[in-house]
Design a protein around this ligand. Structure first.
Ligand SMILES: [Zn+2]
Ligand SMILES: [Zn+2]
Length: 195
């Protein structure tokens, strides 16, 4: 008996080579902070105009604070509102300097942030992991600097949202709180106010 609604269940199953194609997506260099694709050669040419950003291992990390002055995303606007008119690297801003160097303020922030992270875990019914419970003291302070600066600039980002920091800021944090192992986690380390 012929079935008018006969469906061959495998008719649209992609062939093996199509599957492979869909898996091998080209790497995207879309930068949410700037709202555009970044040039692939940023890891080999000097993309920096503030004179404080080193060459970074990935294109996505290669964002200069001056790039933010030319961008129109809400993230870039948050930065320019915070920094105000400037022709200097954002790392020279006094609130940024204080955020990075004032250890007492960082210790207070860590206490406050742990409560926030605990509250977030309760709210999302997930297990609370103390992200400040790390092997090296400097790891804790780098993490705190990234989170505190992100909260200062962007206020509350919303659950699960991450936004990176410009390379000059990341570098000045790393210079003050270097890791003993010299291995940095890159973008994942820019754990932001994602709660
Ligand atoms: Zn720069
Ligand atoms: Zn800069």
């Amino acid at each position: 008996m012929s079935n008018p609604h006969h469906i061959n269940p495998y008719a649209f199953f992609p062939r093996k080579n199509q599957l492979l194609k869909s898996v091998a997506l080209p790497p995207t260099n879309y930068c949410e902070l700037l709202g555009r694709d970044l040039e692939a050669d940023r890891i080999s040419v000097n993309y920096c105009e503030c004179e404080q950003c080193p060459l970074m291992p990935t294109v996505k990390e290669s964002v200069c604070c001056f790039d933010l002055l030319k961008a129109s995303t809400k993230w870039a606007k948050n930065w320019t509102n915070f920094i105000g008119e400037t022709d200097e690297c954002f790392t020279n801003h006094k609130k940024i300097i204080k955020a990075i160097t004032d250890v007492e303020q960082l210790d207070n922030f860590i206490q406050f942030d742990k409560l926030r992270l605990k509250e977030k875990a309760r709210y999302t019914r997930s297990i609370y992991i103390d992200e400040y419970d790390v092997a090296e003291e400097n790891d804790k302070y780098r993490f705190a600097c990234y989170r505190m600066i992100t909260m200062m600039i962007h206020d509350n980002l919303g659950i699960g949202k991450r936004v990176q920091l410009p390379a000059c800021i990341v570098t000045s944090v790393r210079n003050i709180y270097p890791t003993e192992t010299e291995v940095y986690k890159g973008f994942e380390e820019f754990c932001s106010a994602d709660d």
